[in-house]
Design a protein around this ligand. Structure first.
Ligand code: CA
Length: 229
């Protein structure tokens, strides 16, 4: 029932093979930022950190994107051209969306920071900021998420530890490149459901990311070799 095609996987080589290594992520980030050069830089940097990043440049599109599929985390600029970022945040929280949100504010907008935190932001950064700082803040949010989530999914002999990003089959640990890990996690979280190719693509790839036509088949093929029948 794996309706799948496959993808370019150049960055799998950089994916840490050992679960103990730092900077492992399989998170999807929605980046809401109207400054296009800043957004491009952030997106490239976050993709290098291993995140799947989707970018929108206004509040309306942010709300639509979250309604279509909730991201794992959001980076939200407050000064947006249509709906104010704080308004976007309030709307999401009113709808019960609990996705962690890191708010970006212009320098000196202290009131905005306070209001943002009051309205359910998880953290904030003032512009200009260092990309390393943003990456560290996101990792901190991610660690809080992992400890909050039930951390082990078990199906038959296959066990996936979400917090440790570790896979074992019949008690033996199995090394897995990043996309394979994300694919397996998605399949295990959706056990019993049929996933469309589009749904898998949305989990594994950023919007606009170049994907070769046979990459998903390749990942599935590799997964099958590592897993029991
Ligand atoms: Ca802005």
């Amino acid at each position: 029932q794996l309706l799948v095609k496959s993808y370019r996987s150049f960055d799998d080589k950089q994916w840490p093979r050992r679960p103990s290594q730092a900077n492992i992520t399989s998170m999807r980030i929605l980046l809401v930022e109207d400054d296009s050069s800043l957004a491009e830089g952030l997106k490239a940097a976050l993709i290098r950190e291993g995140y799947v990043v989707n970018h929108v440049n206004n509040g309306r599109m942010a709300l639509a994107a979250v309604a279509a599929e909730e991201p794992d985390m959001m980076v939200l600029d407050l000064g947006l051209p249509d709906i104010d970022g704080l308004e976007v945040l309030s709307t999401l929280r009113d709808k019960g969306v609990r996705t962690p949100v890191l708010v970006l504010t212009a320098r000196g907008e202290l009131d905005d920071k306070i209001i943002g935190l009051d309205r359910g932001a998880d953290d904030y950064l003032s512009k200009p900021f260092d990309m390393k700082e943003l990456a560290a803040r996101l990792r901190a949010i991610e660690r809080r998420l992992s400890t909050a989530a039930s951390s082990v999914i078990r199906i038959g002999e296959v066990e996936l530890d979400v917090a440790a990003h570790a896979i074992s089959v019949a008690g033996e640990s199995v090394d897995m490149p990043r996309r394979e890990y994300m694919l397996l996690k998605t399949l295990m979280e959706s056990s019993g459901q049929v996933l469309t190719r589009e749904a898998l693509e949305a989990r594994l790839y950023s919007w606009g990311e170049e994907v070769s036509s046979n990459a998903l088949e390749v990942h599935i093929h590799h997964l099958r070799k590592k897993l029991p029948d």
